[in-house]
Design a protein around this ligand. Structure first.
Ligand SMILES: C[S@@+](CC[C@H](N)C(=O)[O-])C[C@H]1O[C@@H](n2cnc3c(N)ncnc32)[C@H](O)[C@@H]1O
Length: 220
């Protein structure tokens, strides 16, 4: 993690959130590979990737690299440095790739350059951590949640970035999918770090006990 302070990383993640991702990736890597949705310029991939590397794991880092709605020209999070002059479109892949090289993460982080729902279509690898930080509209966040949730193993972590307590503080789509996961009864809630929400997939025994309790409540 100390290596991170040696390079400047574009991105929207607080240092405490980065450190938490690092620790979660370290822990999860003992059980299986990790996946992040939303690589952008590599800030969260660097934190997760360092954690995976420390524990001998692998991170799949998924992004179409064309930027989210709010990162397009004229939008709030547009960064002119990311505009490819030849195509007139956002391209975050060169910076992302440079960060992986700079931090010696090329044998740990596997870039997946695709739309999230397309990559999910034939995905078969069980995952020990899923970090959702892709598109922030309701449609995009829900599509990510819906496409990837079933790949998380019991004991695996679901981390969601940008959870704000109210719409005055920030967009509510990440909070919405976080609450959906919590309401499903499939997860246990872990402490949040700033805007990073973390859930852990419950064991089959825990889920069965919850279902039975609900059944008994209905019948009495
Ligand atoms: C908020 S940024 C990610 C920030 C990054 N996690 C970090 O901490 O530096 C969101 C990223 O999601 C990507 N994205 C948005 N919708 C996507 C989709 N449907 N499939 C793949 N990537 C998507 C965008 O290209 C953008 O790079």
């Amino acid at each position: 993690m100390e290596q991170l302070s040696e390079i400047s990383l574009k991105g929207f993640m607080a240092p405490e959130e980065g450190r938490r991702l690092y620790e979660l990736a370290c822990d999860a890597s003992r059980r299986g590979p990790c996946l992040e949705i939303g690589s952008y310029c590599g800030k969260s991939a660097a934190c997760l990737g360092m954690g995976c590397k420390k524990a001998g794991g692998i991170l799949y880092s998924l992004d179409h690299h064309e930027g989210s709605e709010e990162q397009q020209p004229g939008q709030e999070y547009f960064d002119p440095e990311l505009l490819d002059e030849k195509t007139g479109r956002i391209n975050t892949f060169p910076i992302f790739h440079h960060v992986l090289h700079k931090l010696s993460l090329t044998d740990t982080v596997i870039p997946v350059v695709a739309k999230s729902t397309v990559a999910a279509r034939l995905w078969r690898t069980p995952l020990a951590l899923i970090f959702i930080d892709g598109g922030h509209t309701f449609e995009a966040a829900f599509a990510d949640y819906n496409a990837w949730l079933s790949h998380l193993i019991p004991g695996g972590f679901l981390a969601v970035h940008d959870i704000f307590a109210s719409s005055a503080l920030g967009g509510q789509a990440p909070r919405c999918i976080y609450n959906l996961a919590l309401d499903s009864g499939l997860f246990n809630e872990l402490p949040m770090t700033k805007t990073l929400g973390v859930l852990q997939r419950a064991s089959t025994d825990e889920i069965t006990a919850r279902a039975r309790q609900r059944w008994e409540e209905i019948n009495h």
